[in-house]
Design a protein around this ligand. Sequence first.
Ligand SMILES: *Cc1c(COP(=O)(O)O)cnc(C)c1O
Length: 467
Amino acid sequence: MAGNAKLLHETLWDQDPELMDLIRKEKTRQIRGLEMIASENFTSLSVLQCLSSCLHNKYSEGLPGQRYYGGNEFIDQIELLAQKRALEAYRLSPEEWGCNVQPYSGSPANFAVYTALIEPHGRIMGLDLPDGGHLTHGFMTQTKKISATSIFFESMPYKVDPVTGLIDYDKMEETARLFKPKVIIAGISCYSRCLDYKRFREIANQNGAYLFADMAHISGLVAAGVIPSPFEYADVVSTTTHKTLRGPRAGVIFFRKGVRTVKANGEKVMYDLESRINQAVFPGLQGGPHNHAIAGIATCMLQAQSPEFRAYQEQVIKNARALCAGLLEKGYSVATGGTDVHLVLVDLRPVAITGARAEYILEEISIACNKNTVPGDKSALNPSGIRLGTPALTTRGLLEKDMQQVVEFIDRGLRLSKEIANVSGPKLSDFKRILHEDSTFSEKVNNLRKEVEQYSEQFPLPGYADF
Ligand SMILES: *Cc1c(COP(=O)(O)O)cnc(C)c1O
């Protein structure tokens, strides 16, 4: 092949070996490592096929039946299918709920929700980031508004009890009474217990606020019906589709339709969220929908209704519980004392290991996780814990008994980090240097990494064979 034909028709591997080599290396990393980042998963071959399909080529601004471009006959049907299946996956009636499947990801979905529900500088209240909330719930520090949510809206956090690690609902109620938020957000990125949506609803009602549930982390568990659903109580629900739900990297917003409240005189007040949310997504914040991702949503929402998917989500929780039990048995502490979901927040203060060191040594032995603040942490910059999740490992087929081996690897890694820290002293840079420069340590790390990688390689990964 030559010229433009070569550019267009040659495979990636023939045309761009430099990039292909990097993609293959990443694939090898994924196969060899134990992926325990709680927000990650391995999506299915069918979703990956949607993502690299011809749908990627099409512009379709607007909604099905109301596009700004021609040629959208099939794109319309795909988007309607994605909407219908999204409602079915959460057992929602189209009379009571609608959805928008166009958000590019979770963060833009949330910004569209705020844009739809409140004025600029409207008040919102979400779980504080160091307590397990998400940046998009309005994170700011003493000196800086970090998230655009806190730049364009006024955010006041609620928090967890520093001792029990549980959300302090009484304090939230008290704070809400003073702050009078217009939106209360029920959603987590690092919290191992189910949320009390009924209590959230009561507090929202006391303040005439919307209840917005951001189920990004838990939407797979909710679809499978293995944890309580926010839909009974929320006005609006957003989600990512690539975490426990195991679909494409994208977002969905669900909104209530029909009667919102009935006044004392019997007059019905209707919801008007549908047009507000749809217009906030487009033309408010986004342009052309990512049709390849919308197809991925359609097929993942079909999968989410299957018995196999339910069994997968049950196993995700069983594995998280086994992981938790194994860690407790080895003497580690866990925030809230346990888990009801797909993640465990390990509090490393009692064993005197910093979150940063733990994350670093585990990465060195091919176990991926992230450092995280734990309830009561003094500094958000130097967190004392790590967050471990089971969705990705469960996709690869690991079961409770395998969690015992995983706990063994984590424990050996963490013990090694203590040995190294005893020599290196408190600075992280010294810790990293000694780990690599001291041959006794580097050999121990290398040997442990080989063991982890050999173990991990036995478990299959969905997708294409080598990329
Ligand atoms: C991951 C997450 C988001 C953001 O999703 P992105 O796709 O990373 O933008 C929003 N809210 C919560 C609770 C999340 O965990």
